[in-house]
Design a protein around this ligand. Structure first.
Ligand code: GDP
Length: 431
């Protein structure tokens, strides 16, 4: 039996590239989807025949009957958020029964993590993981251990939170009751997912690995310290699931046709003018979970090349091409200059970005709608040239183009389909 095909999907920018939709399209042919990093702050929006699903912790394959979904060990897992998400999906008619698994080695987010961050507790949970004082899913199911862990942790965290924020103390008994109840409900989903995934691959099943956020938010390779707490790059797929690097066939990078970033930190091609506002409105650039407006800017090829190098991207998927449909001219950043000199290096320090001067090239726009176009040849010449320019400048091939939020607004490049041995059909052919 040949081993199954595997592909890692990474955000090639700062996240929100539309990975959710692309994973959804790929699940036509992949049997398993495995999440390898992040927590329930990663909001994917998938629209299927006009129906909107927001996925936070549950992998995108849940929307495709027959697809197996794995929450890997690299994820920080909030049991309450998980149960709520599963309930909402079930209410929306999604079948969840024997198609969703949680790693027994994933770290658990507890109320004191949320207390430390006043948000979802993702960062503090990763801190406890690295500090070797975290609670893992297997421990959550072990009632005696859970009680001791909660009692000890709550005592310590209450002292810290009182000193730092003057917070009201958390009640260990109440927490134990709530989490041991939740543990019972999640127990049927828990297993050794590294074993499950490696066995699935050995049995010829194809697996797609889905990260959270994007390359420039990776804890090591992003714009530190304006980053997330996990490994968002393709290496995270290995450590975050227990599937070895030798079992990864392809890395697919997702990039918007322009650029966005949430929150503070470097953003060389940012537009602070009306053009930026225009991209934000047309691209609906507001967080799926928080509604927070995203910062917007032109496509940044030096960063895409960097993402290509760090992740080993051989195929790119360009999303939101339609957002540029109205433009007569599209500036693209083709290089960085620091102190007047061109450089191919991306700064290690966040302050290093302040010195960057972007070199732009203006590409002709197509100024015509692309949302209903189903083939590469059907795209306007200027759009094809825009994509060809991205290929030339990054050395990666464009395998898929997304021209709207719906599953069907996707153009598949035949070489991508055949080289990956995918049994993907273009949406038009499926209809
Ligand atoms: P993710 O976290 O990378 O999946 O990205 P998000 O889900 O946060 O952001 C993608 C948003 O853009 C969602 O609202 C999608 O429905 C939408 N979207 C995805 N692809 C396209 C596209 O090609 N065109 C347009 N206009 N919207 C898209």
């Amino acid at each position: 039996m040949n081993r199954g095909k595997t592909a890692v999907i990474v955000g090639a920018q700062w996240g929100d590239e539309g990975k959710g939709k692309i994973v959804d399209v790929l699940t036509q042919t992949f049997s398993v989807v495995a999440r390898y990093a992040g927590g329930h702050n990663a909001g994917h929006t998938v629209i299927i025949e006009g129906k909107r699903f927001v996925l936070q912790l549950v992998p995108g394959g849940i929307l495709r009957p027959g697809c197996v979904n794995v929450i890997g060990n690299g994820v920080v897992f909030d049991p309450l958020a998980f149960l709520k998400e599963v309930a909402t999906l079930r209410e929306g008619g999604v079948k969840i029964d024997g198609n969703l698994f949680i790693s027994n080695r994933a770290q658990v987010i507890l109320p004191y993590h949320r207390m430390m961050e006043l948000a979802r507790g993702i960062g503090p949970a990763y801190e406890d993981k690295m500090g070797r004082r975290g609670l893992r899913v297997a421990d959550l199911l072990d009632t005696t251990l859970l009680r001791t862990h909660i009692e000890n942790a709550v005592r310590e965290k209450n002292m810290i939170a009182h000193a730092l924020f003057n917070s009201d103390p958390l009640d260990a008994d109440k927490m134990f009751k709530e989490y041991s109840d939740a543990a019972q409900k999640i127990a049927p989903f828990v297993c050794d997912t590294a074993l499950l995934l490696n066995q699935a691959i050995a049995a010829g099943k194809s697996v797609v690995f889905e990260g959270a956020q994007g390359t420039m938010l990776d804890i090591d390779h992003g714009t530190y310290p304006f980053v997330t707490s996990s490994s968002a790059t393709s290496g995270g797929a290995v450590t975050g699931t227990g599937v070895p690097p030798t079992s990864i066939d392809t890395v697919i990078g997702i990039t918007k046709a322009y650029c966005t970033r949430v929150g503070g930190g470097p953003f060389p091609t940012e537009l602070l003018d009306e053009q930026g506002e225009d991209l934000r409105k047309r691209g609906n650039e507001f967080g799926a979970v928080t509604g927070r407006p995203r910062r917007t800017g032109w496509l940044d090829l030096p960063l895409l090349r960097y993402a290509g190098m760090i992740n080993g991207i051989s195929w790119l998927v360009v999303t939101k091409l339609d957002v540029l449909d109205h433009l007569r001219e599209i500036p693209v950043c083709v290089g960085y200059k620091i102190d007047g000199k061109e450089t191919i290096e991306v700064p290690a320090q966040a302050c290093g970005y302040e010195k960057i001067e972007c070199v732009y090239r203006k590409m002709p726009g197509w100024a015509t709608p692309t949302s209903d176009i189903q083939t590469l040849e059907g795209l306007p010449k200027a759009a094809r040239e825009y994509l060809a320019f991205i290929e030339k400048e990054t050395g990666a091939r464009v395998g898929m183009i997304s021209t709207g939020p719906d599953r069907d607004q996707t153009i598949l490049v035949p070489d991508f389909v055949s080289q990956l041995g995918l049994q993907l059909k273009s949406p038009a052919a499926r209809a």
